[in-house]
Design a protein around this ligand. Sequence first.
Ligand code: MN
Length: 412
Amino acid sequence: MVSFINIPKGSDFSIYNIPFGIFRFENKTAACTRIGDTIIDLDLCQQHGVFEGINLPVGIFNRPFLNDFIRLGKPITNQVRIRLQEAAQIGNTLDIVSNAHSDLLIDADKVDMLLPIVIGDYTDFYSSREHATNVGMMFRDPANALLPNWLHLPVGYHGRSSSIVVSGTDIKRPSGQIMPPGADTPVFSKTKRLDFELEMAFVIGKETKLGTSIEISDAEDYIFGVMLFNDWSARDIQRWEYVPLGPFLAKNFASTVSPWIVTLEALEPFRVNGPVQETEVLPYLQYTGARSYDIHLSVALSNDKNTKKTISESNFKYMYWNMCQQLAHHTVNGCNVRVGDLLASGTISGPTPDSLGSMLEITWNGTKPVVMPDNTDRTFIEDGDTVSMKGWCENENIRIGFGPCTGTIYRD
Ligand code: MN
């Protein structure tokens, strides 16, 4: 496929991607996709007949979130994506229509990308064996790092959706109760152990009824697409508060997502087998086929002098529990899901020291500082630091990516 739109080498937005997002430009907020460095206004595409013959409600793209479009279902949303791929080729509809209506295409650096969905419920899993093992070794018993349930179910907790923000939103250093080392009463303080968590999150595309469950073999029908996700964490607050019910204020102050939803269909060429699950799981968690994806992930840390250091190179394929297992488990008790719910993977750590998904692990609980290009040390994230995550899939022919997932820390 060759587009009439220029696609710079190494772009996240090849014609094989066609992710969905929400842009704001001048007075307009609407749905869009992106090819190369060009934003394509899907509302104007619809008005000018690019989606002729696809059963789309009038004005479906002329709203500030994608939920209603996603709710139309994969038979429709996939047609839209495939139509855009066809239309964007040299001499096809989009080429012709955009000559007459130049406002249909906008330079990517002129628009603001917004949070693309109204997120109903947000769940965070804990599905990387390497991450769970590292945390268990640091805080419990190195010989029994994984708790007894870990190999039998994808451990998770219900998070907070109101504080999920789009890439580029500044994040305030949170305060809370912290128990200083050796003390017997807590203090109220800004966190001194602010961390990121490298994660991916998937967007629910089809709702279920309360009391029903999603069979693992049907799970992909319920997954619209995937985004990068940074589950910001305050480790000192977390350590004091988490017993016995798990994370609360250490996590709910903010999470950052990338602005684009990359569809499962775009990820199809990058499907791979996940890690072998050595412990046999219960039937509702047993799956067939390749249910993981080869998605390269990287995290860079930079400070206000614009020195940037890559501190992690990981891959989504390292996840022990896959998305289908997470969704089957989430609904096995009859819990319903709704369009726009977000289910995050949990911190993605790989098997090597350069593939760890949090500062907690990279600096081994602050004992091995990262040396930055300006020779300052980092054990956790400082004020003015920016955490930038990237994700991309690549083979000999195709490259697709997720766009940025960045946030900068400020202190008020
Ligand atoms: Mn997390």
